[in-house]
Design a protein around this ligand. Structure first.
Ligand SMILES: Cc1ncc(COP(=O)(O)O)c(C=O)c1O
Length: 263
């Protein structure tokens, strides 16, 4: 247990760690905390988020406001307009698993506006982007960088928040497997990187969203059936899984998301 907490402290740069039974449970605990702090609004990205961002706030009587994004990356001007002391920002530091967002700037804006910055690091874990935020959380689910297929966590430096978290459960029998997943993480991230680079090289002539950012998945735009079919053929030849957009959890436009994270 101590080793696990230590590793998560390293990965998030935070002193308090609470393990949870899944990523969605982490979100619920954070929204419960938002209620205790008398916040009224949850800011979420207009795309590149997670499904429960749109569902759970209502259960906690919190209003949802969408922040504009540039293909998943937060529009900082819109964030500045909407963030205030009554709000929390719930966002992925690697939206859709395809591009790392500017967490330093996001933190600065949220800090100036007293808006709580909640960083969903399910995709960015193992990178510096997973270390910014008043609260950092992630899922260890299937197809995640830490693919234990069970559990998640929340991390914070705030003693107050840590004390206020509701109780959560984590299956002790999973500790050893989780430690193995931590050991495998650098290798797994490296494999993602190599595969992403190969795909970017192979698909140079296609329009790839945020290809200059660090990411895991590769999102390739199409505007006609022929281009779409060429991308599908490439995925089939190379045994790569893909999902189709528009989708809130990737991008809101016609594109195929090559799901490198499923390797
Ligand atoms: C970005 C992101 N956040 C949160 C979750 C929720 O995690 P869980 O499935 O462990 O509840 C997921 C995936 O499932 C996810 O991809």
């Amino acid at each position: 247990m101590q080793e696990i907490l230590k590793k998560l402290q390293e990965l998030t740069g935070k002193k308090h760690i609470q393990l949870t039974e899944r990523g969605n449970k982490s979100i619920k605990l954070i929204l419960d905390l938002a209620n205790q702090l008398e916040k009224t609004t949850v800011l979420i990205p207009d795309q590149g988020g997670w499904m429960t961002y749109k569902k759970y706030p209502k259960k906690f009587n919190l209003e949802i406001k969408e922040v504009k994004t540039k293909q998943g990356l937060l529009d900082l001007k819109d964030l500045e307009k909407k963030a205030d002391k009554n709000s929390i920002l719930l966002t992925c530091s690697m939206p859709g698993y395809f591009a790392v967002d500017n967490t330093k700037k996001i933190k600065e804006i949220c800090g100036n506006k007293n808006c709580l910055f909640v960083n969903d690091a399910s995709g960015s874990i193992g990178t510096d982007a997973a270390k910014t935020g008043d609260l950092v959380f992630a899922s260890f689910g299937k197809w995640k960088p830490i693919n234990l297929k069970y559990g998640g966590f929340i991390a914070t430096n705030s003693d107050e928040f840590y004390e206020k978290f509701d109780a959560s459960y984590f299956e002790e029998t999973m500790y050893d497997d989780l430690k193995k997943k931590f050991e495998e993480l650098p290798k797994r991230l490296n494999e993602f990187k190599k595969t992403r680079k190969q795909i970017l090289d192979d698909l140079q002539s296609f329009e790839i969203i945020h290809k200059d950012k660090d990411g895991i998945n590769v999102i390739v735009k199409f505007d006609d059936k022929e281009v779409k079919q060429r991308i599908i053929d490439y995925c089939k030849e190379n045994k790569l899984e893909y999902t189709e957009c528009p989708r809130y959890i990737r991008v809101n436009e016609p594109a195929l998301s090559i799901e490198v994270k499923r390797l």
